[in-house]
Design a binder for this molecule. Sequence first.
Ligand SMILES: Cc1cc2nc3c(=O)[nH]c(=O)nc-3n(C[C@H](O)[C@H](O)[C@H](O)COP(=O)(O)OP(=O)(O)OC[C@H]3O[C@@H](n4cnc5c(N)ncnc54)[C@H](O)[C@@H]3O)c2cc1C
Length: 443
Amino acid sequence: MPTVPKEDTARRPRVLVLGGGFGGIGAAQKLKKSDVDVVLVDKHDFHTFQPLLYQVATALLEESAVGHPIRDLLHKQDNIRFHQDRVTSIDLDARRVTFAELEPQGYDYLVLGLGAEVNFFGVEGAAEHAFPLYTLPDAERLKGHVLTNWEEVDRRPTLAEDGALNIVVVGGGPTGVETAGALAELYEGDFHKKDYPDIPRESARIVLVEAGPDIFPMFKENLRTYTVEALTKRGVEVRTGEVVAAVSPTRVTLKSGEVLPAHTLVWGAGLQGNALVQSLGLDLERGNRIGVDEELRIPGHPEVFAVGDIAAITDKKTSQVLPQLGSVALQSGEHVGETIAQLAAGKKTKPFHYRDKGTMAAIGRRAAVVQMLAGRTMKGTKAQLTWATVHLALLPTNEARAKAVVDWTGAALTHQRPDRITVDPEEGREPVGAQRPTSKERS
Ligand SMILES: Cc1cc2nc3c(=O)[nH]c(=O)nc-3n(C[C@H](O)[C@H](O)[C@H](O)COP(=O)(O)OP(=O)(O)OC[C@H]3O[C@@H](n4cnc5c(N)ncnc54)[C@H](O)[C@@H]3O)c2cc1C
């Protein structure tokens, strides 16, 4: 069992937490009452609630319901300091982390909670032209792009024939399905009927493309069938067994040779561990994740822990690697916080046990699926209420919960999308006489 280095026992142990996601925040908060000094670093000044990013991208939720100031989450904790900076390298042997601007930091305990990043699997043009949905800027970018396309078609209706309003969503997992469902509801609702009454509905297609034989492979067959029906009812074309081969700004080419005219491709097809893991000199698991032991320590470095999406944590009950989920990240982070608190107090530590609260996803209004550990399933309104309850509980503050409830209730009652505006932070900053290019000049 690791202990605080002997030569350092005169001072408080220093815990460096990298990443302010579910994992990092969970670890940091569990150290609140511990006799340690904690430093938390994240490249953003906000914590991102990724499960609801697609609701920002479809103008249902405002950004502050999904991005929460990290400093706010640490107000009640005296033993922590937060810095906004980017981690540039980690030297495990020297116990030293370097940053873009901060002075390098040493540590007694290190928590790696840097999350994952999008994997485009080398698909031609995807890195340049696809819209991933992993960060708040991703969600804002997608929303701005979709809203801008509608305004451009309003000015030049012939653009619709070129697929300007069509959206291809890649990936039949929760990110792809939830995003396709939400985009379809945006297109179906008042947004289309009242904002753009002159644009024919059939000129705006939403196509969900999945390489495998089924969407939602992690759910039971009855939930998979229900999901396809719910998406189809909302106007989503579900295409399974199709692989995206190339992406350009206006076209998506499938491996079969079919070309889909679409000016938007949303990438929900895969993740890999944060690129920094490549430089750690460790043998990585599938998806570039760091394999950890039952106390979530990394091989050969008992003072270093990996939590959340960056870690490959094997569930003791099933012997399977746990999925990249918010609940796994939060529970693993909290466990590591508790472990370090125990170590700092010279007490015994315990192995990590994941408490599975079920797998769930929302498809749209009154449509969701839930699968409990015991195999029980739910769908429809009941599943949506369960989904909402679990997600509200995961949100970091009561303020964020209140915002989500107000926006969800408003959307359910009025079909309104209150946040459908685009704000260009560069507007007005062009030199005098310079003009931003028009849609005509760009196409
Ligand atoms: C679209 C989407 C939908 C999802 N839906 C669900 C769902 O319904 N239910 C569910 O349970 N889970 C869901 N998940 C998964 C869940 O959100 C993740 O598993 C969880 O956020 C992982 O937490 P984490 O702390 O490991 O990483 P993250 O939350 O990604 O946090 C990592 C942090 O590290 C920071 N960081 C990264 N690189 C650097 C660097 N070089 N320097 C400094 N800081 C850095 C980032 O800014 C970030 O704050 C979804 C994920 C996505 C993307």
